[in-house]
Design a protein around this ligand. Structure first.
Ligand SMILES: C[S@@+](CC[C@H](N)C(=O)[O-])C[C@H]1O[C@@H](n2cnc3c(N)ncnc32)[C@H](O)[C@@H]1O
Length: 261
């Protein structure tokens, strides 16, 4: 018996990996985070699979599911939104599985920050603008953020920031970002990226609070901030420059052409 922690991706049922979908279709028990994973994703499950929405279960109840599957020698797919490695609360489950002697494996997924960037065709890293992406959040009731990682401190880098779980705290986040980012810094909010009800706001740190209704971005919203989101032309990377060589591409010398006599 084995538990597979599977990244479901941001929402669209065809954005789970092939490996994830295949495993989902093979197991007898599925536990999915119903608050963030749409039921559409369950189309990949076996018809006879036992399915639990973990949004309604505390950790002890989830452990009870794992115990039951262990007794029945039944593999389990534990579906997490996006990529399980990011705010997935997988570590505490793994600790319990270790104690139960249950084997597990993680199947990565497309994180919501990638999906949000894709929804506005953004490259988050642009030469000479930003080469660093910070994934962060503000402190919430479920987990505190260490003081050293406060947004006001991270903002000093002026890197591209992807702020999770941000909706209800927009006002404070904007105030903290403004300590270091200029007012004209581009901001993108994406509500439910890749879901049918996806909504996008694009503006700046100066406009975002004036032009959005806070309550509309409370849940399942990704906030992207940084100069890299701007449309202005930045320097181009040397990667595809004809003069830049690397082991996979050498500068081609002009071929000698034989001219028929
Ligand atoms: C508990 S975290 C899970 C993150 C997830 N593991 C990931 O990699 O995207 C939940 C937060 O992720 C973000 N999120 C998840 N799915 C999203 C989506 N489809 N669109 C926008 N934000 C999303 C929101 O900020 C939400 O509050």
């Amino acid at each position: 018996m084995k538990v597979y922690f599977i990244g479901a991706g941001p929402g669209a049922a065809d954005l789970i990996t092939l490996r994830g979908a295949k495993l989902l279709g093979s197991v007898g028990m599925v536990m999915y985070a119903g608050s963030l994973v749409p039921t559409d994703m369950l189309q990949h499950c076996r018809g006879d699979a036992e399915i639990f929405d973990t949004a309604a279960l505390d950790l002890e109840q989830q452990e009870a599911c794992y115990r039951r599957a262990q007794l029945a020698d039944c593999n389990v797919a534990r579906l997490h939104s996006g990529d399980p490695a990011i705010y997935g609360a997988t570590a505490e489950q793994m600790r319990r599985l270790d104690a139960l002697g249950i084997e597990y494996e993680v199947v990565p997924g497309v994180s919501s920050f990638s999906a949000a960037a894709a929804s506005v065709n953004a490259e988050l890293t642009k030469p000479a603008v930003s080469q660093t992406v910070i994934l962060t959040r503000v402190s919430g009731r479920a987990s505190a953020v260490p003081e050293a990682e406060a947004i006001a401190k991270l903002a000093e880098h002026q890197a591209t920031m992807c702020i999770f779980l941000s909706g209800p705290h927009l006002k404070k986040i904007v105030a903290d970002l403004r300590l270091h980012y200029p007012a004209e810094t581009p901001v993108t909010l994406v509500y439910r990226a890749t879901w049918p009800e996806q909504r996008i706001y694009q503006g700046t740190l100066a406009t975002v609070l004036k032009q959005t209704k806070r309550t509309e971005w409370n849940l399942t919203t990704m906030m992207l901030v940084g100069a890299a989101l701007g449309k202005e032309l930045s320097l181009e990377s040397s990667l595809y420059s004809k003069d830049y060589t690397h082991i996979f591409r050498v500068v081609k010398k002009a071929k000698k052409v034989k001219v028929a006599a």
